[in-house]
Design a protein around this ligand. Structure first.
Ligand code: PLP
Length: 456
């Protein structure tokens, strides 16, 4: 019996020519296709060996091969559906972009570009020139420079301006950001010596002033993005730090973390310090992330006085931190939107989500809930809290609505995550939920399909 079954297993070379597999064979490389067919046959060989089956058909083998090739041909980095309710989710790729931006990006990737070519003179140009003026117009800065991320921005600036000298920072601002960005370690790397001043909860301007000596090169202020000290607290105002810097002719710098260009308090959200305010305060150099509240690509943006930016352009670290054309293309689009705040909120997906009214989120939740019910999948809508994320507004949650499924929450979480396009939700009060704040209507078909495969 068993021997017959082994003999019944199709041969690799014959199966590879099967008409039934023609379609997938065209989509895959020869190597991956060969491997998928071999693995499919092997799967059944093992089943026979372990006496798990008493018979099988060729169609079953073929369908297994199709399943394996689906897995083999999908990239490791792939799209997921964010039902966590955290808008800027560092593990899920931080900010997302709109279609127009990807079209412009495609144009740059599929063709040669003027990345470092000056079209006026026909000679070598600078990759940094394409967006500097635009960024300056929007932020009010005199000069701007883009690097790979904000961590690189801070290292570059401290290395240029404080290498071999001291940098003064408040004890309450020695932060660690996710992914192990730690201010004291970053400073060491940049070659500057950290001089802590003040206390954890209170630092006054005189604390900075009392500690200035001939070794002091930079007064650094760091935005405590991802934590809050509450109660009896005080921090030095950036305006006062800027003035102190001028008085002693010492450079002042602020690591603002999330770069916000929109005043969120206008939209009923907590106030985050904006880039424009930092520039206006008179601080010499400001650094921000591109893919947090700004809603752009991963990058670090350095803003400040023109001669200082020119100095940074000559620092050797810049060669290691330089941005690619992908970043420049996306960032140009993003800053174009910021010329008009309404446009920015409409076109930058994360700004759109952040400012979206609760009623709209409920509408979306109701729509998905109804589609699921139509397909006999039990669910209800619950009120929940979403988060902005991205190391900003750590204490604040935004009211939202979620689809709540019935059934073993741990198992459901795992099965939705295992979907071909993984659906990532969270568990709340022993229920698996998908937060409508971060779900988009274009995800509904996939979510429903996943739910059908899981429940029915
Ligand atoms: C997020 C953050 C950083 C790190 O920025 P990346 O762009 O992720 O490198 C540095 N400083 C502060 C204050 C931050 O919030």
């Amino acid at each position: 019996m068993e021997k017959n079954l082994f003999q019944k297993l199709p041969k690799v070379d014959i199966l590879m020519k099967s008409e039934k597999l023609e379609e997938i064979s065209k989509k895959m490389s020869y190597h991956n296709y060969y491997q998928a067919v071999k693995d499919g046959i092997e799967f059944f060989r093992n089943k026979i060996k372990n006496r798990e089956i008493t018979d099988f058909t060729e169609d079953e083998v073929i369908s297994k091969i199709k399943e394996i090739s689906g897995i083999k041909s999908r990239p490791n980095l792939r799209r997921v559906i964010n039902g966590t309710g955290t808008i800027i989710h560092t593990n899920l790729g931080r900010s997302i972009l709109n279609e127009k931006i990807t079209e412009d990006l495609g144009e740059i990737l599929l063709n040669y570009s003027n990345l470092e070519y000056d079209l006026e003179t026909g000679s070598r140009g600078s990759r940094y020139s394409h967006i500097e003026k635009l960024i300056c117009d929007i932020t009010g800065a005199e000069g701007a420079l883009i690097v790979n991320n904000n961590a690189a921005a801070v290292i570059l600036c401290l290395n240029e301006f404080a290498n071999g000298k001291n940098t003064i920072v408040s004890r309450g601002e020695l932060v660690e950001i996710g992914g192990s960005f730690r201010i004291p370690e970053i400073m060491k790397l940049a070659g500057t010596t950290l001089k802590e001043v003040g206390t954890t909860n209170k630092t006054h301007v005189f604390d900075y002033e009392d500690n200035i000596d001939e070794e002091t090169a930079v007064l650094l202020k760091v935005h405590t993005s991802n934590f809050k000290i509450i109660g009896f607290t005080e921090e030095a105002d950036k305006k006062d730090i800027a003035e102190l810097g001028k008085k002693y002719e010492i450079l002042t710098m602020e690591d603002l973390g999330s770069g916000v260009l929109v005043d969120f308090s206008k939209y009923g959200l907590p106030k985050e310090p904006t880039i424009q305010e930092s520039i206006k305060s008179g601080i010499d150099i400001v650094t921000v992330s591109g893919d947090k509240l700004l809603g752009g690509p991963q990058c670090g943006i350095i803003l400040g006085k023109k001669p200082l930016i020119e100095r940074l352009k000559k620092n050797q670290y810049l060669r290691a931190f330089r941005v690619n054309k992908i970043t420049i293309s996306i960032l140009e689009n993003i800053f174009q939107y910021y010329k008009d705040e309404r446009e920015a909120i409409k076109e930058i997906p994360i700004l759109n989500m952040i400012t979206e009214e609760k009623g709209k989120v409920l509408e979306r939740a109701e729509k998905l809930s109804a589609i699921l019910k139509e397909r006999n999948i039990e669910n209800s809508i619950i009120e929940t809290e979403s988060k902005i994320g991205g190391g900003s507004m750590p204490e604040e949650t935004v009211e939202s609505y979620a689809i709540c499924f019935t059934g073993d929450a741990v198992l459901l979480e795992k099965r939705f995550r295992g979907n071909d396009i993984p659906v990532i939700g969270r568990i709340k009060n022993d229920h698996f939920i998908l937060d409508a704040k971060t779900l988009r209507e274009k995800d509904f078909e996939e979510i429903t399909g996943a739910a059908e495969r899981i429940f029915l």
